[in-house]
Design a protein around this ligand. Structure first.
Ligand SMILES: [Zn+2]
Length: 231
């Protein structure tokens, strides 16, 4: 029981701890070494092979990669059936919301992160929340969704996915000029949580060009769907 799995997330060319195959992961499991506290990553297949070394292999864990199109992630069976109790998946998507809002999207305008800080802090200690905290979080999400539909959980997943891969595309740009161009669009995206159709086309074109230079589709930037100003 050497490891604990924490969450499924996007990755920028990380290497799998188990096989060290040199394959660059674009998404995978973030895991913790229970003995040293060290944080590591594992591919899905290596997680499956090494499941018996995990102290929580029957648990379903938060998945922050739901915001991409025709997602290769969202596996059908992470964890066993016994953890699929009713309410469990709701609690899980609440935790995903909590992580997105308190951690991943802190620099996006118009997403207040006050009010649930304490729940997030307790989650960070042990990677679980109590049922009381879950109830409070549920009420908070429902209330927010009613007043601000643009902050619904599915929108936050998409926002996270698109910002993540835009940052990656910026990193891979060939020169400062194109990096700065994309940075300015990303800045607008983070301010308004949406782009014009024209801007979306430009960004999609840049991502396509990057992907066309990579033969192995596994290493491509995933299929993201930018939010438009009209949504
Ligand atoms: Zn591996």
């Amino acid at each position: 029981m050497k490891f604990k799995k924490l969450k499924i997330d996007f990755m920028t060319d990380e290497q799998c701890f188990f096989c060290k195959s040199g394959r660059k992961l674009k998404e995978g499991f973030l895991i913790k070494n229970n003995l040293t506290g060290e944080l590591l990553v594992s591919s899905r297949s290596c997680y499956e092979k090494n499941k018996s070394s995990f102290s929580n292999n029957d648990e379903i864990i938060p998945n922050l990669t739901r915001g991409i199109l025709n997602s290769v992630s969202v596996p059908k069976n992470i964890g066993s059936d016994k953890s699929k109790k009713p309410g469990k998946s709701v609690e899980l998507s609440n935790i995903e919301y909590l992580i997105l809002r308190q951690e991943k999207l802190r620099d996006v305008s118009g997403i207040p992160f006050e009010g649930i800080d304490d729940i997030y802090n307790s989650y960070r200690e042990n990677y679980v929340i109590s049922s009381l905290e879950n109830n409070r979080l549920q009420r908070f999400i429902d209330k927010t969704k009613r007043s601000f539909p643009q902050l619904a959980p599915s929108k936050l997943q998409r926002l996270y996915a698109t910002i993540f891969w835009m940052n990656y595309a910026i990193e891979k740009q060939p020169n400062e000029k194109s990096k700065n161009f994309m940075r300015s669009i990303l800045k607008q995206y983070k301010t308004y949580r949406g782009l014009s159709i024209k801007q979306i086309e430009v960004i999609m074109g840049i991502i396509e060009t990057l992907n066309s230079k990579i033969d192995n589709k596994r290493y491509h930037i995933p299929n993201v769907e930018l939010l438009s100003n009209n949504e």
